[in-house]
Ligand binder design. Sequence first.
Ligand SMILES: [Zn+2]
Ligand SMILES: [Zn+2]
Length: 278
Amino acid sequence: MILPRGVPNTRVPSTKRDFMELKKQELLKRFTDPAEKERGSMCVTCRDNNTKAFLFPTCRIVHSFACEGCIPEILKDVWSACRFPSCINDNLLREEFGKTVEQHRREWVENGGTVLVQPQAIDLLTLAIPGRWPNSVLLHSETTVTLKNIALSDLLLSKLLEKTKVVVGENVSVFGNFKGENCIRKGTDFEGLCLLRPASFSRIENNTRFMENIAEIPNNRIKLGKVNSLVLWNYAINILPKLILHEENVMGNLTLDIYEKNTFLEYYARKTTSGLGR
Ligand SMILES: [Zn+2]
Ligand SMILES: [Zn+2]
């Protein structure tokens, strides 16, 4: 047995269950009281509780648990083990249960005797703050979100603008949202952006936070790919000067629809112009 350096000479995990138990404990750290969460756990399929069977989380968020006996049956299903829409791409159970003892051991040794649960890159909007991970961080009106070298979905950008203080740095772009697809990507160039779904800003709430954010964002700051048609309703109109379109963009249809007078006044009060392409 190879013992990684720095590991106190306590019990060394040796079975698949031992390694999975360590992973489970790591995942349970996201809860204020992990022990309490574990005590209340039961298998989604047979309802066996924690004292009767070894239970493992069905996803990284730990929405539910499955017992060893039921896991193979659950994995036969083509769907992800957790039925929460946000967990559709979460393969935690399949990955961990599919590993041999050897694979588990190698991974454990490579990580210096600790267990790492890789966060899922897709869909999870958990902030990684050094020292605080894996506790999730709630975004609220006093949170400042700095965007830089990032492409994000129209829906996510709208939500951030409505609910947090947003600072828009360099190379920020926006694309159309589609359920089940990544809502955050690495900063992208216009060419990459043009391959994504065009953004729209149809549902922006009329709120002070949004207007304050808009006032702070420099004009021509947020890249939009090629859009043939852009419809901006009410308060969303204020976002227009902030957008930069691809230089080859030919806009077929630009609809500005205002049914509250103030919205319109605020837009013109800013005396802004926007490059709408050719
Ligand atoms: Zn079960
Ligand atoms: Zn889940």
